[in-house]
Design a protein around this ligand. Structure first.
Ligand SMILES: [Zn+2]
Ligand SMILES: [Zn+2]
Length: 168
């Protein structure tokens, strides 16, 4: 016998799909598809956010707030102060993490830095210090590509003192 499942969102019959979070039937027009790389920069992702298909209410209650938080962290990451390990002048460090953040492989230098900045912002800091990025050339069936790796330390700098120093 053919199943006649009612969509959890619009109540129309023959839903066809399933919400991967609440396991309720959902139809093609109500399903929300989340790309697998949606939270790409986030190092630790909730089990609830690792699905591809959501019904409207699971999307609104679970995915949407996470997307908003992710965007906010991304905006902060773009504003992070980045200082390289070659930086010799003293920085007005207020606090810093004991552990370095590391990006083992990235195809783009700026993205490697942004990924580290994202981790710093996610920890509530405003800077990445002792930053190092290196690249290696990898030969791949006749053509050569560059792979970037990086590390840095999330830190909170005193922005007022930092600003003063820049103006001096
Ligand atoms: Zn529906
Ligand atoms: Zn659901």
């Amino acid at each position: 016998m053919e199943e006649n499942l009612e969509c959890i969102s619009c109540r129309k019959p023959k839903a066809g799909l399933t919400c991967e979070l609440c396991a309720e039937p959902v139809c093609k027009s109500c399903v929300v598809i989340i790309p697998t790389n949606e939270f790409d920069f986030q190092t630790e992702l909730d089990e609830d956010l690792r699905h591809e298909r959501y019904c409207s209410s699971c999307y609104t209650n679970t995915v949407l707030p996470a997307q908003e938080a992710y965007l906010e962290t991304m905006m902060k990451a773009r504003d992070i102060f980045v200082f390289f390990s070659t930086q010799k002048a003293r920085l007005p460090v207020m606090s810093k993490e004991l552990d370095l953040v590391k990006i083992p492989e990235c195809i783009d230098r700026d993205e490697a830095i942004l990924r580290m900045a994202f981790q710093s912002a996610a920890l509530g800091h405003n800077a990445l210090i002792e930053t190092e990025v290196v690249y290696k050339k990898v030969r791949n069936e006749g053509y050569q590509k560059m792979i970037w790796a990086g590390q840095g330390r999330p830190a909170t700098l005193d922005e007022i003192r930092l600003q003063r120093r820049v103006e001096d």
